[in-house]
Design a protein around this ligand. Structure first.
Ligand code: GDP
Ligand code: MN
Length: 392
């Protein structure tokens, strides 16, 4: 789960990581109080959205007077940021950060990721901050330095020394830079991070190191024990379909093809993605999404699942691929029939059922009088849905 910049900075502050003082406003009228509390009259004004690249999109501006800051806030509330991080629907800013302006002598990059290939938590730093780090990684990999973080959130002393010399940090800058690296590593582990990024981490003309930007994502599987972070969940930053799915405890992942997939279980979901890709790749057909109804879906969940899948206008065909274990196939079939009748499903629907009461389930579908295409096995189902997904 992603959180906002101001929420990440709130976590940083709790670990003693220096950030420019800030306030959050949601309308122009809040600006006076925020500026009074901060005791400033020039400020950087930043949209709070679950996406980076705000600067380039006009979502980060400097206001030199109270009037300018108010005008910027008025303009930025409701601003939609659309870029390669947001998907085509974009994300809308409902909150704006007003922060003290920081003088920048140098911009650095510091981030933490989980390197699955190495099975390690890895800190990445670069003296080339403020830029697109993916571009630096691609064109100048020698400008990125990586060190390991232990499972208890520590970095070896030797690695910290190497990090400082790579960044050309000395004296006070070195001391503060190393201090931030250590605190971030600990925060990442203690808060169950899946990604953390400061871009830019800046050095001020006075030689202080400050986190000007902050990004943090928490591992969803740890939300049960990260209650403070779980409470930062902001449904306004997600596509509606994902929010509905989340509320119903269904896993929905949007992709960019034309076949909507309703499955149960993560393994079956992956197998379904693979087999559609296998039969569809030469025909330009691949999944539009997948929705995992989980182990205990009932009629109502099946009905809502169809609504979520169909809310994507790209969907040209649906494949239902369900293994009836805990859930019986005849119950699923009833759910499908009810949903098709109620929702006037306008795209071809291919259903493959397997498991408990499969014959009863298939019979219900075949005798329903509805236009439901049944499949004998997974390959048959994939071939049939690819043929439908192709007709556009
Ligand atoms: P992003 O574009 O979403 O990554 O947002 P950032 O928080 O990184 O802001 C974009 C850019 O605005 C930064 O890279 C800085 O160059 C600039 N910026 C942000 N805050 C300040 C500030 O306090 N002072 C100055 N001089 N520049 C700032
Ligand atoms: Mn940034």
């Amino acid at each position: 789960m992603d959180i906002h910049e101001f929420q990440a900075k709130h976590l940083f502050e709790a670990y003693g990581i220096s950030v420019p003082p800030y306030r959050i406003v949601s309308c122009e009228n809040d600006v006076d109080e925020a500026l009074d509390e901060l005791a400033i009259s020039t400020a950087v004004v930043k949209v709070q959205v679950h996406a980076g690249g705000r600067g380039k999109a006009g979502g980060v501006k400097i206001g030199k007077t109270r009037q300018e800051i108010k005008a910027l806030v008025a303009k930025m509330i409701g601003m939609k940021i659309v870029n390669n991080q947001t998907g085509p629907q974009g994300v809308t800013a409902n909150q704006i950060m007003i922060a003290e302006l920081t003088d920048i002598a140098k911009e650095y990059y510091m981030g933490i990721v989980i390197d699955r290939a190495k099975a390690q938590i890895v800190m990445m730093v670069s003296p080339e901050g403020g830029m697109d780090i993916e571009e630096v990684a691609e064109k100048h990999p020698e400008k990125i330095f990586k060190i390991a973080i232990s499972l208890d959130g520590k970095i070896a002393d030797g690695d910290l020394e190497r990090l400082a010399s790579f960044m050309k940090w000395e004296d006070q800058v070195k001391e503060q830079g190393i201090d931030i690296a250590k605190k971030l590593a600990l925060l990442f582990v203690e808060k169950d991070g899946s990604m953390l990024e400061i871009n830019p981490l800046v050095e001020t003309p006075d030689g202080d190191i400050v986190a000007l930007d902050a990004k943090f994502s928490v591992d969803d599987n740890a939300l049960f024990r990260q209650k403070e972070i779980a409470a930062m969940y902001d449904p306004t930053q997600k596509p509606t379909a994902e929010v509905i799915a989340h509320d119903l405890d269904l896993a929905y992942i949007a992709l960019d093809g034309t076949v909507g997939c309703m499955v149960n279980g993560a393994g079956l979901a992956m197998a379904t993605m693979d087999i559609i890709q296998h039969f569809g790749k030469d025909k330009g057909v691949w999944p539009a999404n997948f929705l995992d109804v989980g182990g205990g879906a009932d009629k109502e969940k099946v009905a809502k699942s169809f609504k979520i899948i169909l809310s994507d206008p790209q969907v040209k065909a649906i494949l239902v691929n369900i293994f009836g274990g805990i859930m019986k196939c005849d119950v699923i079939a009833e759910g499908i029939i009810a949903a098709v009748k109620e929702q006037n499903i306008h795209v071809p629907l291919v259903v493959r059922l397997e498991g408990t009461n499969v014959d009863k389930g298939k019979k219900l579908l075949e005798t329903s009088g509805l236009k439901i295409i049944t499949a004998t096995d997974l390959s048959d189902a994939a071939k049939k849905v690819v043929a439908c997904g192709n007709t556009h």
